[in-house]
Design a protein around this ligand. Structure first.
Ligand code: C5P
Length: 224
């Protein structure tokens, strides 16, 4: 049944613009949206709050059974709102620290295992845009459309600095670049579900493209 639902997977490294593209396509086609990074962030946040040791597989699996997450897409917000166990934790998980913790727990096989089912449950009519690192390779290998967005670490760090500055926040480029490189390394080199393009994904290097050009190119893939 999952094979009949049109699914677009958008994978790629941190800060490459997957969120913006995913939200655009999901809104345009009225499809469901899965921000799988937010699931890893929310899960990491919750186990931290509950002081569950992430090396304790049994406790972690038990906790995962009760873990509930919901996304609310608002047309005025850049990113989706994340509701975990009935609490809006959007702001709490969207910082560099939460991203780092998420990437640490995301390298553990059984964590990926327990979060897989939640991710698959997003595949519902009339369609799905799934944003992450292993959407096209592991979670939805039979997806109809697959895109892998890429850009140099320097370009992604520059974009992040501009984004933070536009919100009036301080940004030190060398620190942001170091964080991006560290997260890239961890995501690409882990044993389970490493970040890499699926063999049948269209790879788009966005380093020298405007966001409008990227949106157009991905739209064409889905509409052809
Ligand atoms: O995409 P985002 O930056 O929110 O993801 C946070 C972290 O969660 C990533 O650095 C990655 O380690 C992990 N992640 C993952 N698989 C996914 C989505 C996110 O391992 N499908």
């Amino acid at each position: 049944m999952i094979n009949q639902i049109p699914i677009l997977t958008i994978d790629g490294p941190s800060g490459v613009g997957k969120g913006t593209v995913s939200k655009y396509i999901a809104t345009k086609h009225n499809w469901n949206l899965l921000d799988s990074g937010a699931i890893y962030r929310a899960f990491a946040y919750e186990i931290n709050q509950k002081r569950i040791d992430f090396n304790d597989e049994q406790k972690l699996r038990a906790f995962a059974k009760d873990f509930q997450i919901e996304f609310i897409a608002s047309p005025n917000e850049e990113l989706v709102q994340v509701i975990s166990n009935d609490v809006d934790i959007s702001q709490l998980i969207r910082n560099e620290e939460a991203g780092k913790t998420a990437s640490v727990i995301a390298a553990i096989g059984y964590v990926r295992d327990v979060l897989m089912e939640i991710q698959m449950s997003f595949a519902k009519e009339p369609g799905l845009v799934a944003d992450g690192r292993d959407m096209g390779t592991v979670v939805f290998p039979n997806a109809k459309f697959k895109v892998f967005l890429d850009a140099s670490a320097e370009e992604r760090a520059n974009r992040r600095v501009k984004q933070l500055q536009s919100k009036g926040e301080d940004a030190i480029i060398s620190r942001i670049l170091a964080d991006i490189e560290e997260r890239d390394h961890r995501d690409r080199s882990r044993k389970v579900s490493p970040l890499r393009p699926a063999e049948d994904a269209v790879v788009i290097d966005t380093s020298f493209m405007s966001i409008e050009e990227v949106l157009l190119q991905v739209s064409k893939i889905v509409e052809n």
